[in-house]
Design a protein. Structure first.
Length: 128
């Protein structure tokens, strides 16, 4: 994956060149179709997912609590807490995803820890 392309996504834009190189070497890209379940509530998967293109809805208790688009991130709560996923995420269009495992994030955690914590705090506020 091209580090310069990653830098165009807000979540990665402030990373150092070294951290971007780590992300580009470790990240996986995946495509999903509209209607496909990306994340299931209750799963224990420790990945951070960034939407590269497309859209998805976050669904909790059968209700859409957020709509996501290019540059949006999800999965941070499971990574930070070590707990199960707190909601389903379903693609609402053809969607391209960038996925990072927790072990890869640990290599750049100093640069991302504040961003991940702020994102998790914001999301917790939406669920309350």
């Amino acid at each position: 994956m091209d580090p310069d392309h990653l830098r165009t996504l807000p979540f990665f834009s402030s990373l150092s060149d070294k951290a971007l190189d780590t992300v580009s070497a470790c990240a996986s890209e995946t495509s999903v179709s509209a209607g496909e379940l990306i994340v299931r509530e209750g799963e224990y998967r420790y990945t951070l997912i960034v939407i590269e293109t497309g859209t998805a809805d976050v669904i909790k208790a059968g209700e859409i609590i957020a709509s996501l688009g290019p540059g949006d991130v999800f999965g941070e709560m499971a990574i930070l807490s070590g707990r199960e996923r707190t909601a389903d995420v379903v693609a609402t269009s053809s969607t391209r995803l960038i996925t990072l495992r927790k072990s890869h994030l640990d290599a750049i955690s100093n640069e991302l820890s504040e961003q991940l914590q702020a994102l998790a705090d914001e999301r917790r506020g939406l669920q309350d």
